[in-house]
Design a protein around this ligand. Structure first.
Ligand SMILES: Cc1cc2nc3c(=O)[nH]c(=O)nc-3n(C[C@H](O)[C@H](O)[C@H](O)COP(=O)(O)OP(=O)(O)OC[C@H]3O[C@@H](n4cnc5c(N)ncnc54)[C@H](O)[C@@H]3O)c2cc1C
Ligand code: FES
Length: 258
C-alpha cells in the first residue's frame, strides 16, 4: 500500500527515523514484524528493502534505520509528504509470554525490532549492545518505558566494555520471581553467540535474524537460513526467513556455519 511520510528525521550519525501514515499496516503489526519497503519507482530500487516495525500506533508505522547503502540513503532523503509502497506487516512476530519476564538482548538497530514488547511485557530487562556510544539506540526510550537498561559497547565508550552477551551472567546470578524469556535481534555473529549461550544455560527465547531479502514473501528462497532438523541426514534444513522468520525459536537455530 502507498504510505505517506509524516516525518523523516536524523536521530544521530547514520541513524534515521521515518513515520508513515499506514493504518492497515499499523492495525496488524506485532512486535518483530517487518515491512518490505519500495523506496521509489526507479530501476535502482526495484527490490524492496526490509525494515523492522519499531512502532505502530494510531495508524502510524515508525521505522528506525541506518544508512548503509543506496536504498537506505535514498530513503533518508525523502521528505514529508512523499510516498513509499509498504508491503506488510510481514513475517513471524515475537511471542509475548505471560509467565515470564522479558529479557531483550539486542545489538545496534536490533533495538527497534523488540521495542513494541515493552507494551505487551512491561517491567523487563534490556541489554543494549553497540560498537560505540554513537551506535547506541533507544536507551532513554526503554528506560522511560520502565525497563531495566544495561549497556555494553565494544569500545567501552558507554556501559561495560565488551559484547552484549557478557552482560548475561550477572542476570543469571540473581534470578527474579519469574524466569526470563529472551528476545534477541542484532548482527549474525552476536545472535549465534547468544543462541549458543542460551542452549548452554537452557534459556528459552526467540531470535530475529536479519537475512538479506529479495521478494520478502516466501517465493524466491533468497533469504534462507539453516534451522535444526533431526529428520534430515545433515541435521538441518533451509528455512525462508521472510516467511518462517525472521523470528525463530532460539532452539531451532542451527549453530555452526549459517
Ligand atoms: C527482517 C529485517 C529487518 C530489518 N530491520 C532493520 C531496521 O529496523 N533498521 C535498519 O537499519 N535495517 C534493518 N534491516 C536491514 C536493512 O534491510 C538493510 O540495511 C537494507 O536493506 C540495506 O539496503 P541498502 O540499499 O541501503 O543497502 P545495499 O546497497 O543493499 O547494501 C549495503 C550494505 O548493507 C548490507 N545489507 C543489505 N541488506 C542487509 C540486511 N538485510 N541485513 C544486514 N545487512 C544488509 C549489504 O550486505 C551491504 O554491505 C533489516 C533487515 C531484515 C531482513
Ligand atoms: S526473500 Fe524471497 S523467499 Fe524470502
Amino acid at each position: 500500500m502507498k504510505a505517506e511520510i509524516l516525518e523523516n528525521v536524523n536521530l544521530k550519525g547514520d541513524y534515521f527515523q521515518v513515520r508513515f501514515a499506514a493504518p492497515e499496516v499499523a492495525a496488524e503489526a506485532k512486535p518483530g514484524h517487518f515491512v518490505h519497503v519500495r523506496i521509489d519507482e526507479r530501476r535502482d530500487f526495484m527490490l524492496r528493502r526490509p525494515f523492522s516495525i519499531r512502532d505502530a500506533q494510531e495508524g502510524v508505522v515508525t521505522l528506525l534505520y541506518k544508512v548503509v547503502g543506496k536504498g537506505s540513503a535514498a530513503l533518508s532523503k525523502l521528505e514529508k509528504g512523499t510516498c513509499c509502497d509498504l508491503l506488510g506487516p510481514q513475517g513471524r512476530s515475537f511471542t509475548p509470554q505471560k509467565d515470564h519476564r522479558a529479557l531483550i538482548i539486542v545489538g545496534g538497530y536490533g533495538a527497534a525490532a523488540t521495542w513494541q514488547l515493552t507494551r505487551s511485557m512491561p517491567g523487563g530487562v534490556v541489554l543494549l549492545g553497540a560498537r560505540s556510544a554513537d551506535d547506541l539506540l533507544l536507551a532513554d526510550e526503554y528506560k522511560a518505558a520502565g525497563y531495566d537498561v544495561r549497556i555494553a559497547t565494544n569500545d567501552g565508550s558507554v556501559g561495560k566494555k565488551g559484547f552484549v552477551t557478557e552482560l548475561i551472567p550477572e542476570l543469571l546470578a540473581a534470578p527474579g520471581e519469574k524466569p526470563f524469556f529472551v528476545y534477541g535481534c542484532g548482527p549474525k555473529p552476536m545472535l549465534m553467540a547468544l543462541a549458543a549461550l542460551m542452549r548452554k544455560e537452557k534459556m528459552a527465547g526467540e531470535l530475529s535474524l536479519d537475512e538479506i531479502m529479495c521478494c520478502g514473501v516466501g517465493s524466491c528462497f533468497g533469504c534462507v537460513v539453516k534451522v535444526n532438523d533431526e529428520n534430515s541426514p545433515d541435521k538441518f534444513r533451509y528455512a525462508r526467513s521472510c516467511k518462517e522468520g525472521p523470528v525463530f525459536p532460539a532452539e531451532e537455530i542451527y549453530i555452526g556455519e549459517m
